[in-house]
Design a protein around this ligand. Structure first.
Ligand code: NAD
Length: 427
């Protein structure tokens, strides 16, 4: 079967996001002369499970049926790995696209996993905690034969958290009759979670800053950093940037942002958000809009909120010299081209936010060994993995004369292709 002949049969996964992931993969596959048969195979997930299941509302008589998904893109690299998303618009196509991106992300940083993703189409903000627990336990039961520490290891994503992972782990363990911490990552510490998992994505993204700055001839000490999105990724990126001696001059969230040229008090801003759930009302700087934050005069811009915020419309006005993508997909393809033309370095999401899955990998290894590492070991190993992946991506970019996003994908896709060639076709 050729790549072309698979084109006609991907409608099972059709969605705007899947089309974009596919276009990206097709472009890079063609560029590197990827074998047609491997190309055709990797255009679609290997396994996809769709489940429909009921859960009881807190009013006992009210039962609602929802859809759940678990998609595994490639099983050749080891178990599959990827988050579980609860959102009102989750679809098979979206989950399939995210599973494919997880394959490349794991391969780029050299983790022994293929990509997976899961989701339940339900708005988590309208669920009480007991309702969310019932959804989680039933979803886990429905996909139970599909997951496992040697098969597929879920983790938190949008709308799910440590508590959700605790329920998933408990449901799985009750079913097999013994405790299996390694079935999920992103768990509470008390259940075999890993220290430094919460900080991992933000910290990992900022750990690439010194190498990027060196390339750009930019000084890290005192560099001005603007952070769009002040949740898990944005907050810990702010902490890590401050530790490096940078000046975090602006942060924002869904309620808008604050700007202070001589530096935001990151700890104080985090404490405000912990208490008030958003930056609304925080007076540690001048109020600015999210749009203004993106266009601020600064050295480093770190989008850490939602997809598609740097677009063809505003890319010409971005003043940062370096963009580090903490969020997934913050830069549109058109904006990417504009930033490249303007000489602004973009460290792409598949590399920049891989710190989360890297510490998830550490958590899985620790659970399998029942031996837990110190925070220093974890942070040190995270920095090492992120930076060696980054320097390999920089080498590919230099050798092939391409931007960092293309270089990262080339690295990831080549690694998966090599593994598939070595394993051959069964039977
Ligand atoms: P989060 O829910 O903790 O924080 C999201 C932040 O973005 C919040 O401050 C929220 O107010 C803000 N936000 C939401 N909509 C916004 C808007 N329209 N404009 C401005 N700000 C807005 O989520 P997170 O875990 O920090 O994830 C952020 C991004 O990073 C997502 O794209 C996610 O997919 C990606 N990511 C997260 C991890 C992780 O380990 N948490 C790993 C890889 C990628």
């Amino acid at each position: 079967m050729t790549a072309e002949s698979t084109t006609g049969s991907v409608y099972e996964f059709d969605s705007p996001m899947f089309r974009e992931a596919l276009a990206q993969f097709d472009r890079v596959g063609e560029m590197i002369g990827l074998d047609d048969n491997i190309h055709a195979r990797l255009r679609v997930p290997q396994r996809a499970m769709v489940v429909a299941f009921p859960f009881r509302h807190d009013v006992y008589r009210d039962v609602e049926t929802v859809f759940g998904y678990r998609v595994q893109h490639v099983l050749s690299m080891g178990p599959t790995k990827g988050g579980v998303r609860y959102a009102a618009d989750v679809s098979l196509g979206e989950v399939a696209a995210l599973a494919m991106l997880m394959t490349w992300k794991c391969a780029i940083v050299g983790l022994p996993f293929g990509g997976a993703k899961g989701g339940v189409r339900v708005d988590p903000t309208r669920l009480s905690s007991p309702e969310k627990q019932r959804v989680t336990r039933r979803y886990t039961s429905e996909i139970i034969n599909f997951i496992g520490p040697n098969k597929d290891i879920p983790a938190p994503d949008m709308g799910t958290d440590e508590q959700t992972m605790a329920w998933m782990m408990d449901t799985y363990s009750q079913n097999v009759g013994h405790t299996v911490p390694a079935v999920v990552t992103g768990k509470p510490l008390a259940l075999g979670g890993s220290t430094a998992r919460r900080e991992a994505t933000g910290r990992g993204a900022i750990s690439l800053l010194p190498t990027a700055a060196l390339r750009l001839g930019m000084t890290v000490e005192g560099a001005r950093v603007a952070i769009h999105g002040f949740g898990n990724v944005g907050q810990y990126a702010a902490v890590a940037a401050t530790e490096l001696g940078c000046r975090v001059i602006a942060v924002s969230d869904i309620s808008g942002g604050v700007h202070r040229e001589d530096g935001i008090d990151v700890e104080e801003a985090m404490a405000w958000v912990a208490e008030h759930r958003s930056l609304e009302g925080y007076e540690g700087g001048d109020r600015i809009t999210n749009e203004e934050l993106l266009e601020l005069e600064c050295e480093v811009l770190l989008p850490a909120a939602i997809a598609g915020v740097i677009t063809g419309e505003n890319a010409g006005r971005i003043k940062a010299r370096l963009v580090i993508e903490g969020a997934n997909g913050p830069t549109t393809l058109e904006a990417d081209r504009i930033l490249e033309e303007r000489g602004i370095m973009v460290v792409p999401d598949v590399l920049a936010n891989a710190g989360g899955v890297t510490v998830s990998y550490f958590e899985w290894v620790q659970d399998l060994q029942n031996y837990f590492w110190s925070e220093n070991q974890i942070v040190g190993r995270l920095r090492e993995i992120m930076n060696s992946a980054f320097s390999e991506v920089l080498d590919v970019a230099d050798q092939e004369g391409v931007g960092l996003r293309t270089a990262a994908l080339i690295k990831g896709i080549r690694r998966v292709a090599r593994a598939k060639v070595a394993r051959g076709v069964f039977p």
